[in-house]
Design a protein around this ligand. Structure first.
Ligand SMILES: *Cc1c(COP(=O)(O)O)cnc(C)c1O
Length: 408
C-alpha cells in the first residue's frame, strides 16, 4: 500500500476520502506541495500541542536558518510568495512601525521595484501581484527574452523612488539573455538598494552568503519536503523589517508555530542528508526505468532533461508525435489525470508536444505505475482511434472553465 493511500484513509476527517494522485509533476501547490518528511511532521505535531512565544520561536528559526544558509538572519513565512511580498514591504518601510501599519498605502514612500520583464513569471499566480500586494509598483526593464545591465542602470538612475530590485531564479524564466544575478545585486548595492531574490525552487541555499544578496526566499515545501511555508534568509536589517510586517500586511499571510517548527526541522534534515547521493541515485534508476518502458512506444521520444537552474535534478522529456502516437501531448496529459490512478505530469512545454516526468515526488514502485498508465493510455488511444480530437485552444479553455465551475 502506498503512503498516499495509508495517509488518505487514516487521516481524512469524515466524508469521502479525496482520491490519491501519483505526482510525476513535481512539488506543486495544486497537488499538495510536498510529501512532508517524518522529522518535519514530528516537529510540527509536537509543537502543535503547546504554547510558545512566537517572537522567540522565529528568533530560534533565524539562528537555524543562518547556520544552514550562511546568511546573517532569517525567518519563516506562510509561503514563498508571502516571503517576496514581505521583503518588498520591508524595503519600503524599514523598521518604521507607522509605515508598516500604513501599507499597502505607500504614499510618500519609495515604492518602485525594478525587475526583468522576463521574470514576470506565474507560479500559480503572477509574481508582480506579490509586489503590488505590498503597495509597491513593479517596473520592468528589457524584453521578455533579452535584457542588459545598461537598461537596468539607466532605469535606476533615471527614475525616482526605487525601493528595491526583484530577481527570480526559476525554470519559468528565459534560460538565456537575462542580467546575471551577481551583476544585478551589484548594481543595486552600488545605489544602496536591496534585492529580493526568489529562489523558491532552488537547492543552493548559500546565494545570499556567496553573492551578498540582501534577501533570499526559499520554499519549505519543495526540495526540503517540509510543510507549506517559506524560508527567508538574508541581511539582518531587512530580515528584521520583513519579520516586523507581521504587525501589518504580514498578518494576512500568517504562519503558525507548526509551520515554523516544521520548516526548520525540514531545513535541518535536508542539510544533514544532502550530499549522501541517495536522491541522485534513485532519480537515475527511475529515469532508466522510464526510458526502458516508454522509449519503444510508437510516436514517443524520450530524452533526459537536466534542470538548467543548477539543481542536481534530471527529468524525462516525453515528446509526443501525434500522427504516430494517435493523440496530442495535452490529450495524453488529460487522460492520465482522469484515469485510475490519477497521474499528473509537468505541462510546461505541452503546447509544443512535450510532457515532462519528474521523479522527485514519487515513492518506490510509483514510477512503474506512472509508466504503466502512460502505456495504457497510448495503447487504448491506438486501439480506439479517438485521439487528435481536441485542439490545444479547446484544452486550455476547458481547464479554465473547470476552475470556474468549482466546487462542482
Ligand atoms: C513555487 C514558486 C513560488 C511560489 O512558492 P509558494 O511557496 O508556493 O508561494 C514562487 N516563485 C518561484 C520561483 C517558485 O518556483
Amino acid at each position: 500500500m502506498t503512503a498516499d493511500k495509508e495517509a488518505g484513509s487514516a487521516a481524512w476527517p469524515g466524508g469521502p476520502v479525496p482520491a490519491g494522485v501519483l505526482n510525476a509533476a513535481g512539488t506543486m501547490t495544486s497537488l499538495g506541495a510536498s510529501r512532508v518528511r517524518a522529522e518535519a511532521a514530528a516537529a510540527a505535531d509536537a509543537i502543535s500541542r503547546r504554547f510558545v512565544d512566537i517572537g522567540e520561536l522565529q528568533a530560534r528559526a533565524s539562528e537555524a536558518i543562518a547556520e544552514c544558509t550562511g546568511a546573517e538572519a532569517g525567518f519563516v513565512t506562510s509561503c514563498s510568495a508571502a516571503g517576496v511580498a514581505l521583503g518588498v514591504a520591508a524595503s519600503m518601510t524599514g523598521d518604521d512601525l507607522s509605515l508598516i501599519e500604513r501599507l499597502p498605502d505607500a504614499a510618500g514612500m519609495r515604492s518602485r521595484v525594478a525587475m526583468h520583464a522576463g521574470h514576470a513569471v506565474n507560479y500559480g499566480a503572477p509574481i508582480e501581484q506579490a509586489v503590488r500586494l505590498a503597495g509597491a509598483e513593479p517596473v520592468m526593464f528589457g524584453s521578455s527574452t533579452e535584457a542588459h545591465l545598461y537598461q537596468l542602470e539607466s532605469l535606476l538612475d533615471g527614475t525616482e523612488g526605487f525601493a528595491a530590485g526583484l530577481y527570480v531564479v526559476s525554470h519559468h524564466c528565459p534560460r538565456e539573455g537575462m542580467v546575471p544575478l551577481g551583476d544585478f545585486v551589484a548594481a543595486f548595492a552600488a545605489r544602496s538598494l536591496p534585492v529580493v531574490v526568489d529562489l523558491a525552487s532552488e537547492q543552493d541555499l548559500r546565494v545570499s552568503e556567496r553573492l551578498g544578496a540582501d534577501y533570499t526566499v526559499y520554499s519549505s515545501h519543495k526540495f526540503l519536503s517540509g510543510p507549506t511555508a517559506g524560508i527567508v534568509a538574508g541581511k539582518r536589517d531587512i530580515v528584521r523589517a520583513a519579520h516586523l510586517q507581521s504587525r501589518g500586511i504580514g498578518r494576512t499571510m500568517k504562519v503558525g508555530k507548526e509551520g515554523i517548527a516544521g520548516a526548520v526541522a525540514a531545513l535541518r534534515a535536508w542539510v544533514a542528508s544532502r550530499g549522501d547521493g541517495t536522491g541522485e541515485a534513485r532519480q537515475a534508476e527511475v529515469l532508466a526505468l522510464w526510458q526502458d518502458a516508454l522509449g519503444g512506444s510508437p510516436g514517443i521520444g524520450v530524452r533526459t532533461l537536466p534542470d538548467w537552474t543548477g539543481n542536481p535534478v534530471d527529468r524525462l522529456e516525453l515528446t509526443v508525435r501525434p500522427e504516430e502516437a494517435g493523440l496530442y501531448a495535452w490529450e495524453l496529459a488529460d487522460r492520465l489525470r482522469r484515469g485510475e490512478p490519477r497521474v499528473f505530469v509537468r505541462e510546461q512545454f505541452v503546447e509544443s508536444g512535450v510532457l515532462v516526468l519528474d521523479p522527485c515526488c514519487l515513492e518506490d514502485g510509483e514510477e512503474r505505475q506512472v509508466s504503466d498508465r502512460i502505456l495504457g493510455v497510448l495503447e487504448k488511444a491506438a486501439a480506439d482511434g479517438d485521439g487528435r480530437a481536441m485542439p490545444f485552444g479547446e484544452y486550455k479553455r476547458a481547464e479554465a472553465e473547470g476552475a470556474l465551475r468549482w466546487p462542482d
